[in-house]
Each structure stands twice: as C-alpha cells, then as structure tokens.
Write a protein that binds this ligand. Structure first.
Ligand code: WTA
Length: 650
C-alpha cells in the first residue's frame, strides 16, 4: 500500500462528461476572487425563511458564525420544498431491507412521515434545543427520526447501532438526551439481533445512577421480543404512526445546533462534534451537487455508509435530500445472502452514482471480479471513495471493474469535524490520479506544512507534511459538546500563531502540486474507515482483571487499511497465557466498545517499551507489529524489551 503513482498516471475527464458536468473550472476562479460571495451564492441553493445579514462572522474564532441573522428549517429544505415545487411523487428513498423486503418512499410520503414524527415528539414535550439519541439500524424510520429532530430544532445524536450499551450510555449521558429512538432488533446476515435490549442494558448499566432519558421510542423491525418498561417505553407504530401528517415547519437561526456526533479522539473519551444548521446544509448541498455531479430527477444515488457515521449524515440524509436525490438505502451487509448483493441492488435500481469506502473496494477485489462482472453495471457513471486513503491498486480496480474503465472516481477527503467534503477532484474538471485527493474544493483552502508551519514544497515527499485548513468553512464544527477547551486544544493549539485548523492527517504534494492524504498522525487508528482511538481500546483491555497494562497500535492491513494490534502485560493472577485468555480479551473489547474495535492480534508480553519519562513508544510497537526493522531506540529505557516482545510474536 506504499505504492505511488507517478504524475503521468492521470485520467482526464471525457469531453462528454465535461460537457454536461455540474461543475466547471470557473468555480475555482469565482471562489478565489471572493470567497464569501462564493459561499453566499452556494447558500442561495437553499430556502431561507429570512436572509442572513453577514456571510461569515469570525470575530469569535475558532467558533465561526456563518450566515448570521439568517433563519431556515433544515427539514423543510430537505423535504417540504421539493413537494411544494411539484416533485412530491418522486421517490426519495428506495429502501432495501436485508431479508429482501423493500419500500419506495416518495417525497410526499417522506413529508407525511416526518410530520407525524414531529407532531408526536412535540406531544412528548420535546422542545428546540433538547437532545435526542438515535440508536437505529438502516431503516427508513432512522432518516425520518433525524429529519423530525431537524424540523423541531431538536439536536440529534446518532449512535451507531453496532456500538455497545456502554458506548451508548456514555453518549447519552454526555449529551443529556431526553429521548432514545431505537428498534426492537436489527437484521444481521439473516439473524435478528436485539437492539432495544441494549438500550435497557445501557440505562440500567450503572445500577441506580440516574440518567436523563424520559422515553424510549421503539420501531418494530424484526419482531424480536423486547424488554419493556411501562410508561417509559413507547411503540412507534402506536404513537408516531397515529399522529397527524400535517405539520408546519418553523425556521431556526442559521447557527441553531443540528446534531452532535461522537468521534474518537486521542484520549479514551469520545468527542461530541457539534454541527449547526445553515452553513452545514449549504456545504453538504453544494458538495453533493458538484462532487457527485448529481442531477435531480435523473440520477439514482447510493452511498453505502451507515447513518451512524458522518458520511451517513451528510451524504445520505442532508446533502442528497436537500438536492432532491432519489437514493438507495440498504439495511444490510454486502455479502448477504451472498457477495452479489451490492451489484444486484445496482442493477435493480439502476444506480448511477456509487459512493463507498476503500476497505469495501478491497473486499470486493478479494471476492473476485467475476462477481461484479456477472451484473449489468452500465448505469454507473460516477464512483466515490471516502474514509481512508485509497491505494492506487484498489483505485484502478474500482475504475476498471466497477466503472467499466471509464467513469470518474472522486476520492473525497473530509472528517466528522469538517462536516462536508473538503478535498476532492471535481468530476468533469479535474484529471484524476489513483490515490490522490488532488485539491481543495472551490471555497476551501488547505495547506501542507511542516512542524513549524512552513509550507512543504511540491515533490518534497520525504518531509513530514501535515494537513491544515487555513480558512474557516461553512460546515466546520462549532465545538466539542460540553468541552470548548478540548476543542481549542485539539484542533487550534498546534498552529495557534497562524490560526490554522490541525486536521490530524499527514499529507504531501506531488511533483505536480497535487495533494495526497497519507493517514492519521495521531493516536487514532482507521479500521475499515472507522476511527478508533488507541486509548479507547487500551482502556477496554485494562478493564479486564487479567490485564495489568496494554499498548495498542494500528498496523497496516491489506483489507481494512489498519488492523488493531495490542500488546498486553498480564496481572500476576492471570497466569494463563494461552489463546483462551487472548480470545476472551478480544471479546471483551468488542463488548465494551463495538465489534469494529475487536483487536486483530493480541500479544502477551513481559514488558512494554517506554521512554525514560514513562511514555509508551508506539512507533516502535508499530514497527514490531508490521514486521519492520526497529527505528530509533535510543530513548528507550531498555532496548532489550524488544527481544522479549519479538519472541512472543514469533
Ligand atoms: C480519513 C469520514 C484519505 C482521514 C468522512 C480523516 C481519508 C478521517 C479520506 C476522518 C480520504 C477520510 N483520503 N484519508 N479520501 N477520507 N479519511 O471523521 O484520516 O470518520 O482524518 O470522517 O478519515 O474520519 P471520519
């Protein structure tokens, strides 16, 4: 995966694509001539109940105000507007259930459902500013729930349904959520797995420790049996489904909080990334339109992410719906009932835009090209990638096998914190290169700099380049929920003098000046496109009575990008160093955090390499995990520990 393409390996857009592309080169010119005027032009894509007075107010940096004074309703923009414009009969969501059931939901039906939910949430006494946790699989009601919150000015906090009760409780407590919306269970490879049960476990987990949750609203999906608390628990079909389908959306301030989404940081405690309304919707809408070349009423769009991640927020819910997309939402895994599932769905709905993660592309590669080759994929006219650097080999396979060797690929770099795509080719404009995110989008400014903040030169590939964003952007995070100090410290301290946002990613500029994002430079791992902090996994490991100390690193992995490798020192009592304990520890991490955090390898070691000041030297552990020669060990207390560690790995 260290393979690099040279600058001749470039794929210019076809004349045909360029001729009808949404984007053109003039976007860059307009944006650099007057950035604020450019963003004002983009904000005009939306319906504002009241126009803004000021495009950007940066006087309270690093907390931006975009479109100050403006008022809008995010759900109105994603739903009502399209119905009022005469597109009520257009399908908004082609929903495909894992067991094979499906539903087509038009914009008119979506409006009725969102209105019912908004009416019922109001009846429950929820009011603008309250927080609602959404812990649901990929069912249409999850999208309805998010939009109903947006409609009422409630701040949603979606918690990935693969997260453990402990992780859910942590997030519910941090945001003091008054309501949890969930399902009875979720389909996973043909089996109904309980979910409501996990909510109960979360709420009872800490014994009698009081929580903020007044009600749990449950959508019936799998018909699995659920534990029930009378008075607290409510069935969606007995409440929301009975409410009135008429609801008038009220406008909210452009800076009204829209959602909190937790993401891993470098400590064990996840950060609640806060996003607001007007700027967020402006940039998700603008990027979805231009980066995916989306044509309303023509394209069938499919983003394979889960709503539990930011990609699901911005590129399943807010971006596409604001642009009146017709999209596929799929509930299940790509290999149920077999590895043909995605391509059958593409064929069935005539998907034209397909957006996924490199880890899935590499999985498809492993399954073999004859699987997609058995299907008619000719409807596909654009492919997207997100979540981690896409290695050139996977990029080429994606283009050749899925894209008939012809369609543009957009490699989109962004983060939970940035809210929308920041760095990406523009289809129809940019000549793309396998593995490169290419350049900041019009309206966005990014630099690659060294430790001191000096720009790294093009072609200077040996330098340690860091990616920074040197100008505020509309969908930027407005802070970390409940911890503004951490917000400043995490993103703004490193280049405080210059006032730059530190993204936490390494980057380089190639000889042509094109930008390559190289991956995290902090203690955050990227496993199958999911951010997991080493500290979180370490704390789950030391939570086990058999573990005295743990160090976790992300080691490169052919399929998942990185795999989690843990080194543990056992307690005196835990004499058993056999696989039974290792398996138990893996299961413990999966239980404590999520199956996505399950370590690939756990090595029981007698000691951990530490500096004289007691810091674990992760860099050296990564060398060991990846089977490399050791780097500089001069600051180690005892370089011999590696002999011992190596011996246990062999
Ligand atoms: C990584 C996902 C290289 C990066 C939208 C970033 C990428 C982190 C790319 C954010 C890409 C995402 N090329 N790296 N195209 N896209 N990343 O918050 O390390 O889940 O900082 O947001 O994923 O992950 P997050």
């Amino acid at each position: 995966m260290t393979e690099t393409a040279d600058h001749r390996d470039s794929y210019p857009p076809s004349a045909e694509f360029a001729a009808s592309a949404n984007a053109d080169a003039a976007l860059y010119e307009r944006a650099s001539a007057d950035r604020e005027a450019f963003w004002a032009e983009q904000a005009s894509r939306l319906h504002w109940h009241q126009p803004w007075d000021q495009v950007l107010d940066w006087s309270d940096a690093p907390v931006a105000k975009w479109f100050a004074g403006g008022r809008l309703n995010v759900a109105y923009n994603c739903v009502d507007r399209h119905v009022l414009d005469g597109h009520g009969d257009q399908v908004a969501i082609h929903w495909e259930g894992e067991p094979g059931d499906s539903r087509a939901i038009t914009y008119r039906e979506l409006l009725a459902e969102v209105s019912r939910a908004a009416n019922y949430l109001t009846e429950l006494g929820l009011a603008a500013g309250d927080r609602v946790a959404i812990y649901m699989p990929m069912v249409p009601e999850a999208v309805v729930a998010m939009l109903a919150c947006a409609r009422l000015g409630l701040t949603h906090s979606v918690v990935f349904a693969g997260f453990s009760p402990t992780a859910l409780r942590q997030r519910v407590d941090d945001a003091s959520a008054r309501l949890i919306i969930t399902t009875d269970g979720q389909w996973r490879r043909g089996k109904a797995a309980p979910l409501k049960e996990a909510v109960d476990e979360a709420l009872f987990a800490n014994g009698d420790v009081p929580h903020s949750v007044e009600h749990v609203l449950v959508v019936r999906r799998t018909e699995i049996e659920v534990p029930w608390t009378e008075g607290r628990d409510l069935w969606w079909h007995e409440t929301v489904a009975q409410a009135s389908p008429e609801h008038e959306a009220q406008p909210f301030d452009a800076e009204h909080p829209l959602f909190i989404l937790y993401t891993s940081g470098t400590t064990g405690k996840p950060k609640g990334i806060l996003h607001t309304s007007g700027g967020y919707l402006t940039q998700t809408s603008y990027t979805h339109h231009n980066v995916f070349d989306h044509k309303a009423g023509q394209d069938v769009y499919w983003c394979t992410a889960d709503i539990g991640w930011v990609t699901g927020h911005s590129y399943i819910v807010y971006g596409p719906l604001s642009n009146r997309a017709t999209q596929v939402v799929y509930e299940g895994t790509p290999n149920f009932p077999d590895e043909h599932r995605h391509w059958q769905i593409v064929e069935k709905y005539g998907v034209s835009i397909y957006y996924t993660a490199p880890t899935l592309v590499r999985t498809f590669m492993k399954w073999g090209r004859e699987i997609p080759a058995a299907h008619d994929l000719s409807s596909i006219r654009l492919l997207g990638s997100v979540g981690e650097p896409i290695n050139p080999e996977a990029w080429r396979w994606y283009r050749d096998v899925i894209g008939a060797g012809a369609v543009p690929i957009v490699d989109t770099w962004w983060q939970t914190e940035t809210g929308s795509i920041m760095i990406s080719p523009l289809p129809g404009v940019t000549a793309t290169k396998p593995g490169a995110a290419m350049a900041p989008l019009p309206g966005i400014s990014a630099l690659v700099v060294d430790e001191e903040g000096k720009p790294v030169q093009r072609g200077e590939t040996e330098a340690n380049g860091y990616l920074v964003l040197d100008q505020p952007w509309p969908s930027m995070l407005r802070g970390i929920w409940g911890d503004m100090e951490r917000y400043r410290a995490t993103y703004w301290e490193r280049y405080a003098e210059q006032g730059w946002y530190f993204a936490g990613d390494g980057a380089k500029l190639d000889a042509d000046g094109d930008l390559w994002v190289l991956g995290r430079v902090d203690d955050v791992m990227n496993v199958s496109g999911h951010r997991i902090s080493t500290a979180e996994v370490e704390s789950a490991l030391v939570g086990h009575s058999g573990v005295a100390e743990a160090a976790v690193v992300g080691a490169s992995d052919e399929t998942t990008g990185q795999g989690i490798v843990a080194f543990v020192i056992l307690t005196a009592e835990a004499k058993d160093t056999g696989t039974a304990l290792v398996d138990e520890l893996k299961a413990e991490v999966a239980r404590e955090i999520s199956p996505i955090a399950r370590p690939r390898e756990i090595h029981v070691v007698p000691e951990l390499p530490k500096t004289r000041s007691g810091k674990i030297m992760r860099r050296l552990l990564r060398d060991v995990a990846e089977g490399r020669e050791l780097g500089d060990t001069s600051t180690l207390v005892d370089p011999n520990v590696f002999e011992a560690i190596r011996a246990t790995k062999a």
